[in-house]
Write a protein that binds this ligand. Structure first.
Ligand code: FES
Length: 150
């Protein structure tokens, strides 16, 4: 079935089964491979994108559920003020280790700061708890978000 999707401000048409997760539409149909596959069952956060500004797990979000919603991915992160600030903070705090989870981490962090520009440490932890980092960079991730929130 054909679906029209608004992704990073650009309209795309894809012909895929409605139950296909948005993650695979992005990666396999549109070659937008910045969004990562981790667990595939909504538990690790590696596949996080924004749907109408909300952080969502694209691995468990069927393409048929996107409808008229606006999808944003890591590829467009630098187009927003918050995204630019977070990218710089990530560099300043030397956050990354293996880097695999970082697209998802940044998308969750951006969604948090867009709805709450000055979150407390507890609010940062609550917003980020669904994003797993196998290198355990959690302290640096929290520090980078706090740097932007100041
Ligand atoms: Fe989607 Fe893990 S790959 S939450």
């Amino acid at each position: 079935m054909a679906y029209r999707l608004s992704i990073n401000g650009v309209e795309h048409e894809v012909d895929v089964p409605g139950e296909m997760p948005l993650l695979w539409v992005l990666r396999n149909e549109l070659n937008m491979v910045g969004t990562k596959f981790g667990c595939g069952v909504g538990l690790c956060g590696a596949c996080t994108v924004h749907i109408d500004g909300q952080a969502q797990r694209s691995c468990s979000f069927p393409v048929s559920a996107v409808g008229e919603s606006r999808v944003s991915t890591i590829e467009a992160l630098a187009e927003t003020e918050t995204g630019q600030a977070l990218q710089q903070a990530w560099l300043d705090e030397d956050v990354m280790q293996c880097g695999y989870c970082q697209a998802g981490q940044l998308m969750s962090a951006t969604a948090l700061l867009d709805r709450n520009p000055q979150p407390s440490a507890r609010q940062i932890d609550a917003a980020m708890q669904g994003n797993i980092c196998r290198c355990a960079c959690y302290t640096r991730i929290r520090d980078a978000i706090a740097q932007v929130a100041e």
